[in-house]
Design a protein around this ligand. Structure first.
Ligand code: SF4
Length: 236
């Protein structure tokens, strides 16, 4: 297949954005929160855990821990038990306590709204900072690159990179800044609902006409591979 020109890629992206927007008009963060601190805590808890499980845990957690001071003064063993089912609970509890302490010491107990300040906080990398800025503060400072965005951006031929920050740079070059937060939501929603890691549903995919399916094995390809494998096994 001939290499796609920049013009062709930008044209394809425009169509892709239009379809994803239409398909997921209400795409948003699937973590429950009512203020920046709650979103920050929920995002930290969501590492290696489903949003659904985090929402179960935070339903009671957020009633007890309402401020940065509540986390700063938390009894560590108690906090560990309260968040245990999200996994890696010892690390996460230590991070939340340190986070509360840092928010009080440096930001008067509030969550800052800049990339620079956010990424200096315990447990906050660029991805978490992007989640906060885009969703709690309405600032398009970057594009959230999680496992879904990584997989989709590569399958859709929008990047060949594997490193999250390089993928983010590629996407920021292609997508208009005002859509950075939405674009991540669309890819995450599409990744969860249609283009899953193990079984992408290409046949029913809304963007199949625009997707080169990079790295996706088609059924025919998988069948051929299986036959080749059986044939060579028989020869051994
Ligand atoms: S066509 Fe397949 S690989 Fe491409 S986005 Fe859709 S489900 Fe994913």
């Amino acid at each position: 297949m001939a290499k796609e020109t920049t013009h062709q890629k930008s044209d394809r992206l425009k169509k892709l954005i239009a379809i994803l927007h239409k398909t997921y008009p209400n795409a948003r963060v699937e973590l429950n929160y009512s203020n920046p601190l709650e979103l920050l805590v929920a995002t930290i808890l969501s590492a290696q855990c489903t949003d659904k499980r985090v929402n179960v845990v935070t339903a009671s957690l957020f009633k007890k821990y309402r401020s940065a001071a509540d986390y700063a003064n938390a009894d560590l063993a108690e906090l560990e038990q309260e968040i245990k089912s999200t996994g890696f609970y010892r690390n996460k509890a230590r991070t939340l306590k340190a986070l509360g302490q840092q928010l009080i010491a440096r930001h008067g107990g509030s969550v800052p709204n800049s990339m620079d300040e956010l990424t200096k906080l315990p447990g906050v990398g660029r991805k978490t900072a992007n989640v906060l800025l885009g969703n709690a503060f309405g600032i398009n400072a970057g594009i959230v690159v999680d496992t879904h965005v990584t997989r989709l951006a590569r399958r859709l031929g929008l990047t060949t990179q594997k490193d999250a920050e390089k993928i983010e740079q590629d996407l920021m070059q292609l997508v208009p800044q005002r859509l950075w937060t939405d674009f991540a939501h669309w890819l995450i929603w599409h990744g969860r609902r249609r283009c899953t890691a193990r079984k992408p549903d290409c046949e029913n995919c809304e963007v199949k006409q625009l997707c080169p399916r990079i790295g996706v094995k088609t059924e025919a390809h998988a069948d051929v591979s299986a036959k080749v494998h059986v044939r060579s096994a028989r020869r051994r």
